[in-house]
Design a protein around this ligand. Sequence first.
Ligand SMILES: NC(=O)C1=CN([C@@H]2O[C@H](COP(=O)(O)OP(=O)(O)OC[C@H]3O[C@@H](n4cnc5c(N)ncnc54)[C@H](O)[C@@H]3O)[C@@H](O)[C@H]2O)[C@@H](O)CC1
Ligand SMILES: [K+]
Length: 574
Amino acid sequence: MDIVTADEMRQLDRYTIDKLGIPALTLMENAGRAVADEVIKLCAVKSRASHENTGGTARDYVNPIRAADGAERFREQAAEEAIQAGSRELPYHSGGIRVELWNDGRRAALQREHWYILVGKGNNGGDGLVAARRLADAGLRVTVVYAASPDTLRGEAAAGRDVIAALGIPVIVYGRDDLDLRDATGIVDALLGTGTQGPPREPYASLIREANDSGAPIVSVDVPSGLDTDTGSLHEYCIRAYVTVCLAYLKRGLVQYPGAAAAGDVVVRYIGIPPALARECGVQLRLLTRDTLREALNVDVSRSRVPDGHKGTYGHVLVAAGSLRMSGAGLLAARAALRIGSGLVTWAVPEALLPHVIGAAPELILAAASTGRDGEWNADSADELLQLAQARDVLAVGPGLGRFTGDTGWLRCLWEQYEGPLVLDADALNILASAGPELDGWKPRGAGAVLTPHPGEMARLLGIPAAEVQRDRIAYARQYARTRGVTLVLKGARTVIACPDGSAYVNTTGHAGMATGGAGDVLTGIIAGLLAQGLNTSQAAAFGVYLHGIAGEMAARHRQHPAAVVAGDIIEAL
Ligand SMILES: NC(=O)C1=CN([C@@H]2O[C@H](COP(=O)(O)OP(=O)(O)OC[C@H]3O[C@@H](n4cnc5c(N)ncnc54)[C@H](O)[C@@H]3O)[C@@H](O)[C@H]2O)[C@@H](O)CC1
Ligand SMILES: [K+]
């Protein structure tokens, strides 16, 4: 699934209308139909909820986990339906008549619904007007609320306005007529879409506040009004949607927090814009799903092993991590590299640490590196590590490393002289950050490097505040990956994987329970282990992040609560 900016969406709209000749009105009709479909589905959930459990809300019946990885689940569900629809078994051949209008049983429930359709003056409002008409046809009570005088609507939206008037659907003009949303059983937010410029101005801001305060479930058209479509940050006034019906392609703001939370469940609907168009037009950002891994990244997600393989077939990882005070970080990374299927894993530690870790994981090969002051790492160990690394397929550096005198030169030596792929995490990233502009003089790496910063480390790498990184995670991750020629994994909810060629992926697996000490060290080990098994840096980073999240989900099920998950559980779930 492709993810676009508002600007890219406008270009794709224009191309579809001007070059392919699909009329704008057709796109708008499809968009409005998609919105009306979701409203009717929501009404069905609500009526089932009140039937099954008086006092329950619709929210109780929608699995909240869907919000976290909803897009993929929805897609899988759609695929299942498509397979069923394509079944070769013919359902009947009686020559009977099937009437596919609104079925009467459902109509009775729908007649109890009163939905307010909040309409802005652009095309987002136009989509809302189509939805209003279709919902009225389905039997719902519908009131259209214009944010601005209906005379200001133009083009297709104006055509929608005229149909609403001709049908006699009740209309309120905000500011001119009284609005009371207390009897709303639901609200469609068609105020602002991808054409939004800056924070919502009046009267949009007040309408957004009133809609949120009403407590009625809100279905947003395309994006919640008040969301920054390109970054996922929220303006002061922003709709809190129950469902967002996103049109044609996912928008960036819907897949990054806090926008992802404001959007509720996101449903992406086809409206007539060819799905392949985004990629043909150069869009390089995708949601990370099994399909993406298979099709865009060419990853064998079934992880098949050759029947006559031996441990050499699956690679040898060298992990340089852990110190006297933080030996566990190195152990977690090394164990994860084993559990993901590496043939062999060597864990290198300062000599002083070695006696303490013997036997910690009998499957590991241990190697001693020369020890510095207080038993920590020493800059002299670079040559020893290079020696060890020569016979190994990947070098992972950083978890629990600590800082030491001469560490910049030490890391530069590994960066420039080790010929295999590198994975850098934690203190290795802090060393990079402190190298500052000196980095420009480091030789580019042939075999590539994967950097796995959390927002704080990313902020240090860029020399900007962490809050600024979080404001536009996708842009910062891509910019760094391109300029430094590395694969960058920006961790956090909805991890971003940015590749040196400009392509990038947004992950949806995992959960907030994985915000626990050592989870990042496990990810480092997973990525290193996948590299050792022959994946390239983009494949290993993307597949590693995806699997790490799935393992976290499995661990949460096993522990019966996300908060109970610890890093070691993620390794066991692998
Ligand atoms: N042909 C197309 O371009 C299609 C567009 N579609 C819909 O159209 C939307 C984009 O439509 P538009 O480009 O007309 O833009 P919008 O409908 O998102 O909003 C633009 C309108 O809002 C006003 N506005 C912008 N920023 C504002 C702010 N901060 N406060 C108050 N008012 C503000 C502008 O003056 C303009 O009138 C999409 O999100 C989608 O819902 C769909 O109908 C599919 C086809
Ligand atoms: K909207």
